[in-house]
Design a protein around this ligand. Structure first.
Ligand code: IMP
Ligand code: MG
Length: 176
């Protein structure tokens, strides 16, 4: 696509890895009637592909977290919206597009624990470990990537590029 200078992770690699993640999650959650919480907007495509591969009963709900605006750095100031979800005594699995500074997942995990979840785990599609500001690790990770701003497979730049079926790196000219 225009303005994408490089494909970092191909569609085929993604699909294979998502299947592996689903197999792992299945082993742990098949008998747990989990509550899966998809973090919008970025996780919509990952969550959709992952859910299609989980063949056991689960509850799926959505929250929206904003911190980004149109920039490429987290503001650190996170807003959670969406209706109240009853988590009391549930095995909660958060599905997120990427863990970068770690602020979003850390805040969400703490918040869900406060709401009375029995357990809170996280499945993230991408991980940029070199950017971490808080001590947190995902329980299920798709791919570790270098410190590059990426788009596609749900991830955006100014709400564009989410529709790409692969993960790509943008031309620097677009980012500035
Ligand atoms: P964190 O709170 O810094 O871990 O940021 C997590 C959020 O930042 C993700 O949910 C994404 O929405 C966004 N984000 C971080 N890195 C990228 C990127 O390379 N491309 C697109 N969005 C990103
Ligand atoms: Mg996001």
């Amino acid at each position: 696509m225009k303005n994408v200078k490089e494909v970092l992770i191909s569609e085929e690699e993604i699909q294979n890895r998502v299947q592996e993640m689903a197999d792992e999650i299945k082993d742990k959650y098949a008998d747990k009637d989990p509550l899966v919480v998809s973090v919008l907007n970025g996780s919509f495509m990952f969550c959709s592909d992952l859910m299609k591969r989980l063949n056991f009963p689960l509850e799926l709900n959505f929250i929206k977290v904003s911190s980004y605006g149109n920039k490429t750095e987290s503001s650190g100031n996170i807003q959670i919206s969406g209706g109240r979800i009853d988590m009391k005594d549930r095995a909660v699995l958060i599905v997120e597009d990427i863990i970068d500074s770690g602020n979003t997942l850390k805040r969400l995990t703490e918040y869900f624990n406060q709401l009375g979840a029995a357990s809170v785990e996280t499945a993230v599609f991408l991980d940029k470990p070199s950017r971490r500001e808080v001590d947190i690790q995902a329980d299920y990770t798709g791919f570790e990537i270098p410190d590059e701003f990426v788009v596609g497979y749900g991830l955006d730049f100014a709400q564009y590029y989410r529709n790409l079926p692969y993960v790509g790196i943008l031309d620097e000219a677009v980012l500035s």
